[in-house]
Design a binder for this molecule. Structure first.
Ligand SMILES: [Zn+2]
Length: 115
């Protein structure tokens, strides 16, 4: 008698559960940390640290955490080199605080691990 059923992937820790949920959201399309935070009921700061981790762990799979950079709604300045996952507070050029949130999504996953 052989077991042919596939074992469900059970996350070992709560953190893994959260990351799994985050990755599912990111596969759906671009989302800001704020939107993700609302969707998974986590503070934005925690979402940001999960995103950092996801970005690193994705490198091994060939997928990519794509970041659409934040942009100043007033003068159009793009925060392209910003490495942090949270939104910038103020535009360095015009000092406006009307900054669009950076958006995140996952690209390049080859059909596997897609829940
Ligand atoms: Zn500006």
């Amino acid at each position: 008698m052989k077991k042919r059923e596939r074992e469900p992937v059970i996350p070992r820790t709560a953190q893994e559960t959260t990351r799994h949920a985050l990755m599912a959201l990111l596969l759906e399309g671009p989302m800001s940390a704020k939107e993700i935070s609302a969707a998974v009921s986590l503070p934005e700061k925690e979402v940001a640290s999960h995103l950092e981790h996801i970005r690193r762990s994705l490198q091994a799979t060939g997928a990519l955490l794509e970041v659409e950079p934040a942009e100043c709604r007033s003068c159009g300045f793009v925060f392209a080199k910003r490495e942090r996952m949270t939104s910038p507070g103020k535009c360095p050029l015009c000092r406006e605080e009307a900054i669009s949130d950076p958006l995140f999504c996952i690209r390049g996953v080859e059909g596997q691990e897609a829940d």
